[in-house]
Design a protein around this ligand. Structure first.
Ligand code: GS8
Length: 219
């Protein structure tokens, strides 16, 4: 069967980046369609009518939605190389737990910090640092979350790396000082071309975050 693979995404989305990294790990060729989330395409609305969000992977005309589900789908369909999910059911459950934690904690907490001021901002700032400390503890002394190999949780977290610089500025902290082992893990991940070639520039992400914040404040 021919493999026609299309990815609906936006350049700055950590969720879209996850999918790009997974496809690169598997060596899958695909077409990328950049969405404008303020004016969503009819294709996006048709392919993800429930949430109307990117990323959506369209494989031979059929849509798969939600980045964590898409990455697992990619791992199952292109199982010939670079396995991302652990083979052990318990380890697989744990990996899913941590990606869910990243989605709920890193995304939500950083967003709350980004949009708040004063005491509320301080609460979210501290919470975000504690989330990263927890993720550092979970990594432990392993080279990757997948153990010796790069896997599902690594994909799930490294996709946020381009945003770390903005988290540091908005949160007035230094990742290197707070979580040195996590920064060492980032460096290991960045040695992979599948990662480094798919992550947007951190300064461009910061400019994008600033522009989005101003647009939200003007609403
Ligand atoms: C989240 C996707 C998402 O929030 C996933 O794919 O993992 N759990 C999902 N997508 C955002 C862009 S990234 O900030 C999106 O499409 N937003 C458009 C909207 O909310 O209208």
């Amino acid at each position: 069967m021919a493999n026609e693979v299309v990815l609906l995404e936006t350049w700055a989305s950590m969720y879209g980046i996850r999918v790009r990294i997974a496809l690169a790990e598997k060596g899958v060729k695909y077409e990328c369609k950049e969405e404008n989330l303020r004016n969503k395409s009819s294709l996006l609305l048709q392919m993800n009518p429930i949430h109307k969000k990117i990323p959506v992977l369209i494989h031979n005309g059929k849509p798969i939605c939600d980045s964590a589900i898409i990455v697992q789908y990619i791992d199952e369909v292109w199982s010939h190389k670079a396995p991302l999910m652990p083979s052990d059911p318990y380890e697989r459950a744990q990996a899913r737990f941590w990606v869910d934690y990243i989605d709920k904690k890193v995304y939500d907490t950083s967003r709350k910090m980004w949009l708040s001021t004063g005491e509320e901002h301080e609460t979210w700032r501290k919470e975000l640092i504690s989330v990263f400390k927890q993720l550092e503890e979970t990594l432990g002394d392993k080279p990757f979350y997948g153990g010796d190999t790069f896997g599902f949780v690594d994909v799930g977290l490294i996709s946020f790396y381009s945003w770390f610089y903005s988290f540091e500025i908005y949160g007035n902290f230094k990742m290197e000082a707070e979580c040195p082992k996590l920064v060492a893990w980032v460096k290991r991940c960045m040695q992979r071309e599948t990662v480094s070639k798919n992550l947007p520039d951190e300064k461009e992400i910061y400019d994008h975050a600033e522009a989005s914040k101003k647009a939200l404040e003007l609403k």
